[in-house]
Design a protein around this ligand. Sequence first.
Ligand code: PRP
Length: 207
Amino acid sequence: MINVALPKGRLGEKVYDMFEKAGFPCPSIKENNRKLIFENEEVGVRYFWVKPSDVAIYVERGAADIGVAGKDILLEYNPDVYELLDLKIGKCRMAVAAKKDFRDNTDRTLRVATKFSNIAAKYYAEKCRDIDIIHLNGSIEIAPILGLSDVIVDIVETGKTLIENDLIPFETIIPISARLIANKSSYQFKKETIEAVRHSLGEQVSE
Ligand code: PRP
């Protein structure tokens, strides 16, 4: 049995479709209910729907053998897992954004609001820029509007949230996409199955 942590939501549905095509169907997952665990004993697969930011925790601790997590989460939390494949879906970017009239005054510490404190800290450390991190858990775009921060470091997908909140993306930190990850010991013990999954998913990846 292979245990797979899927990120709940639109991305997770796309990911499940890829696993189904790869030979790991589990039709009951499409039923409209609130169950979080689905199993198909015949093909030997068990799926769990988990919060996207928690996938790496399940995989790192071995509750799931494999899973699909965003590169943003992998960079932020640096879990001890193998990153096996870039699925090239769930594409977005990590960016610095601010109000239109923002000009960086390097005499002052830059106030940065973000959910991604480690990514932001590393980015500004490389630029030798002093910052004060304001860690928030969501709705980051509000911070510069209310004067809580000078800039934000956040995910930009369509750019709509920034536009609708009168913010401008100033710099791209890194492009992001969904990655197939594996627990390190599962990879040793279930190598054949995990490699078969990687191979079949790889065949479905397009630029
Ligand atoms: C993410 C991100 C932005 C938004 C970007 O938020 O933090 O707010 O999506 O998408 P867009 O460029 O397509 O508008 P999410 O939906 O995860 O919510 P939260 O960060 O506010 O919790």
